[in-house]
Design a protein around this ligand. Structure first.
Ligand code: ZN
Length: 490
């Protein structure tokens, strides 16, 4: 596919044609989750956004090495750089090994990503597996003179760096503003200035996640893993670095400073940031009580949810907004997305049944051009969806005999609709998967309903109700009739 992709580069604050260093080897690094809690809405948006980019780059013929990390050490509670390690804290509270916590939540994250049909990255390195690389990277920054050792910790010298480079370049800040907005030192810390950040932290005696280093036992600062691992897997200069807008400062700013200090230049060429998710117009936060995990969304078990929403409804909802716009979750908006997705899938079903005519009255190339132009324009997925909707209308007109389509055009239309709906937007027909994914589903439902009928006959209403309720929860509606039971997949 011929593509002229233009991406908005957060670093330069303008749209730029995407020109990779080597089309046979496009490097993309995206900051992944810190694995200490259930994956939530905040994880869905960057995952789907960068999945869309990954899928589109591949469809455009690029070979992509997509690296998405797992943070399993060094992400501290306060300002990412102070307080207790988030994973170690969870491990302490639940009396687990920190790696048990990390493993458990990594698995949960993977399950959620699979449900959202997010492709697995090429490499998924974790911070704890790259301590040696991080120590080496810290040494390079020390050798270059942009860091200092203090009481077993190593800190980045922000002021010195700012004299030669601009600290704040990505987030559009200058050092004076940053200093003004930084908490003052309480005298307990080893760093010289409040803006300095840890590259390596000395471990206190009770700190459980620790490794030996030239500076004593400790652990890497959170920002260090991304500089070290992106350099290891993608080289000193690579194409795309992505993440959520909330990571722009301090995380990505610090990453740029670290890489620039060690390598003499910034490593990533295009910085891409997705915007944030709000819930009923409010920022999402545990303290606000509107923190919704993906599992709660999929099951409907949250006081803010009127019911369950399927993973594809969530994915479609995310794609209906441009990734740089804010996205507000509400029951209303999700139900509208659900209807829209259903309309699209029904249209595709109709497309599968269309009969060709000797000649076309429709211009199939129009859809191809519109979809490609929309994706080329900084991944404008809402425009792709609106083009597909227009064509659902046309497909229905063909089905009703108001328009006609030739065999050649029909093949082409099916190929284009499939390419954009399934390969690029990454949608799945959940209902079709439920019905045809396994022939065992109807048999299993019948078996359960048999057991339920026996329970009813024995006046065991608890069991009978439990079976019906559990089936309803997974989307199977049970209808009692005088002469038996009917059921359908909703
Ligand atoms: Zn990162």
């Amino acid at each position: 596919m011929e593509s002229k992709l233009i991406l908005y580069n957060t670093l330069t604050r303008r749209k730029e044609p995407f020109e990779p260093i080597n089309p046979e080897h496009v490097g993309m690094y995206v900051c992944g989750p810190t694995v200490y809690g259930d994956p939530h809405l905040g994880h869905a948006r960057p995952a789907v956004t960068f999945d869309l980019l990954f899928r589109y780059l591949k469809a455009a013929g690029y070979k992509v090495r997509y690296v998405r990390n797992i943070t399993d050490v060094g992400h501290l509670e306060h300002d990412a750089d102070e307080g207790e390690d988030k994973i170690a804290k969870k491990a302490r509270l639940e009396q687990l090994e920190p790696m048990e916590v990390a493993h458990y939540y990594t698995e949960r994250y993977h399950h959620a990503m699979e449900a959202l049909n997010v492709l697995t990255p090429s490499i998924e390195p974790c911070a704890s597996g790259h301590i040696i690389e991080q120590i080496e990277f810290v040494k390079r920054i020390l050798d270059a003179g942009y860091a200092y050792i203090s009481n077993g910790s190593v800190y980045f010298d922000v002021e010195k760096y700012n004299r030669e480079y601009h600290y704040g370049r990505l987030s559009g800040r200058n050092l004076d503003d940053i200093i003004e907005n930084t908490r003052s030192l309480d005298g307990q810390q080893d760093k010289h200035r409040s803006v300095d950040f840890a590259l390596w932290k000395k471990a206190s005696p009770e700190h459980i996640m620790r490794w030996p280093s030239p500076w004593g036992d400790g652990f890497p600062g959170w920002h260090m893993e991304c500089s070290a691992m992106s350099t290891k897997y993608l080289g000193e200069t690579f194409d795309i670095h992505g993440g959520g807008m909330d990571l722009m400062f301090p995380h990505h700013e610090c990453e740029i400073a670290q890489s620039t200090a060690a390598l003499g230049h910034d490593s990533a060429r295009y910085w891409i940031h997705n915007n944030m998710i709000t819930i009923n117009g409010q920022k999402m936060g545990k303290s606000l009580g509107n923190f919704i995990t993906l599992e709660e969304l999929f099951t409907g078990k949250h006081r803010l949810l009127e019911r369950a929403y399927s993973p594809m409804t969530i994915r479609f909802f995310v794609l209906q907004a441009h990734y740089r716009s804010t996205l507000d979750f509400s029951n209303e908006a999700l139900q509208a997305a659900e209807k829209g997705l259903d309309r699209l899938m029904k249209g595709i079903e109709t497309l599968g049944k269309l009969k060709a005519a000797p000649a076309s009255t429709v211009d199939v190339a129009e859809l191809e051009e519109r979809c490609r132009a929309a994706m080329d324009d900084d991944l404008n997925s809402p425009m792709v969806i609106s083009a597909l909707f227009d064509w659902v209308r046309t497909i229905n007109q063909i089905a009703e005999g108001q328009q006609s389509i030739s065999e050649e055009d029909l093949q082409r239309l099916r190929a284009t609709v499939n390419l954009y709906t399934f390969d690029i937007l990454g949608l799945r027909d959940e209902k079709a998967a439920g019905a045809s994914g396994s022939d065992m589903v109807p048999q299993l439902v019948e078996t359960l309903l048999d057991i339920r009928q026996k329970a009813k006959a024995a006046k065991d209403w608890a069991t009978s109700d439990a079976i019906r309720n559990r089936l309803t929860e997974i989307g199977i509606r049970v209808k009692d009739r005088k002469d038996g039971v009917d059921w359908e997949i909703e």
